[in-house]
Design a binder for this molecule. Structure first.
Ligand SMILES: *Cc1c(COP(=O)(O)O)cnc(C)c1O
Length: 387
């Protein structure tokens, strides 16, 4: 360990993006199905790529810094938020929006603005998006984790409430929830939303709506009454822009201004801002693939429900989550890891996380490849045990 590095960083390892690991582990010429990171399986249409190339050639000056205020993009996002929450046009405006280099950057800004320097801890309900805890730990921020019901993945609200009232550990300043949750696909229930509403105003509630375009459920309207709430969204999923790194936050102007204080001045490259604006301007075309993804998701769910070894849940997002039924094995993660490895060897990438498998809905071809590979892999690792 280098003598000048913070001692608490010694126990942490760098986050390895799955794509990198996967390229290294997959024997080449097979076609890889990327069903592991919940992106859209569809690249931008050619004509939009051409439009963007034209913008790059004709209007972007590469020698100039980007627009550090993101004004046009924020305004376009605010309009989109109003439109999709069916709110009056002036409900949200650019002062309610902050944009980040992916919503990962916004998560970090939230942590810096709230808990840094021993000022507080965060609360998460696992299994959930891993980035909250990963980013908190790199900033020396304590993470308090509670569980979820094994039946429906509802948050253990008794444990969550107890953690908030517990004065033994550092005060919880921020509660992170995902709506719908990753990896489990369940949206917040009205019971959970009631609990969030009951939290005192000195606790910030972060509602991550990364999958909003698939779930069509949002707490945006409620946020208008809650200055201590913030919604995060991303262009990395339904909007097909993962390569460009754009996320945004919706919150009251005072909170937005605080996030703006702690971010880097030129966090969003000019080309990225252009990509996000182009995507928003052509949203109907880009989002038109979503209904088919949802049909595919439901078909895959219906097929896998028939499997005698699997437990599967209805998902409100563009991925599904499966576990082995409890009676199938006392060591499910050993079997699921073998299944995961076997699929990977065949070029079908999924996630093994939180005691289950998370599978992104891909193209029709990818989904049927996944289904075949999964059924074969389960058969080969379970067959002797089922009979
Ligand atoms: C994919 C995802 C994000 C997106 O992160 P970006 O940094 O915007 O790519 C955020 N939150 C959750 C829960 C996600 O699944």
């Amino acid at each position: 360990m280098l003598p000048f590095i913070r001692s608490d960083l010694a126990q942490l390892t760098a986050y390895t993006p799955h794509t990198e690991e996967n390229h290294a582990g997959t024997a080449e010429p097979i076609q890889v199905a990327h069903l592991d990171t919940n992106e859209s399986p569809f690249d931008l249409p050619d004509e939009l790529k051409q439009k963007l190339s034209w913008t790059f050639q004709q209007t972007i000056e590469s020698n100039r810094y980007p627009d550090g205020g993101h004004f046009a993009l924020k305004q376009a996002i605010a309009d989109y938020v109003n439109e999709t929450a069916t709110l009056p046009a002036a409900s949200f405006n650019s002062t309610h929006i902050s944009v980040g280099n992916g919503s990962d950057e916004l998560i970090r800004s939230v942590l810096i603005a709230t808990c840094l320097g021993g000022e507080g801890a965060i609360l998460v309900a696992e299994p959930t998006f891993s980035m909250y805890a990963i980013l908190a730990r790199t900033l020396g921020i304590p993470v308090v984790a509670v569980g979820r019901s094994p039946e429906d993945f509802g948050i253990d609200l008794t444990a969550a409430q107890a953690a908030i009232q517990n004065t033994q550990h550092s005060t919880i300043r921020v509660v992170f929830v995902v709506h719908p949750n990753s990896p489990t696909g369940n949206a917040l229930t009205s019971l959970e939303i009631d609990w969030l509403q009951s939290l005192p105003e000195h606790i910030l509630v972060v509602i991550d709506e990364a999958y909003f375009e698939f779930s069509q459920t949002t707490l945006a309207e409620m946020l208008l009454q809650h200055p201590s709430w913030i919604i995060l969204r991303t262009f990395s999923k339904a909007f097909r822009l993962a390569a460009h790194r754009v996320g945004y936050a919706i919150a009251h102007p005072e909170l937005i201004q605080t996030l703006e204080k702690v971010r880097l001045p030129y966090n969003l490259p000019t080309f990225t801002q252009a990509a996000a604006q182009t995507a928003l301007a052509h949203r109907q075309q880009l989002l038109a693939t979503i209904p088919d993804t949802l049909v595919q998701r439901d078909q895959l769910t219906q097929t896998l429900i028939q499997h005698p070894a699997l437990q599967i849940w209805q998902s409100a997002a563009n991925f599904i989550y499966v576990r082995l039924k409890p009676e199938i094995s006392a060591t499910p993660d050993l079997i699921l890891n073998l299944v995961y490895q076997q699929l990977k060897a065949q070029g079908v990438l999924i996630r093994h996380t939180g005691g289950g498998l998370r599978i992104t809905i891909g193209t029709r071809d990818e989904n049927s490849r996944l289904l075949n590979a999964l059924q074969v892999a389960l058969d080969s690792h379970l067959h002797p045990k089922i009979i």
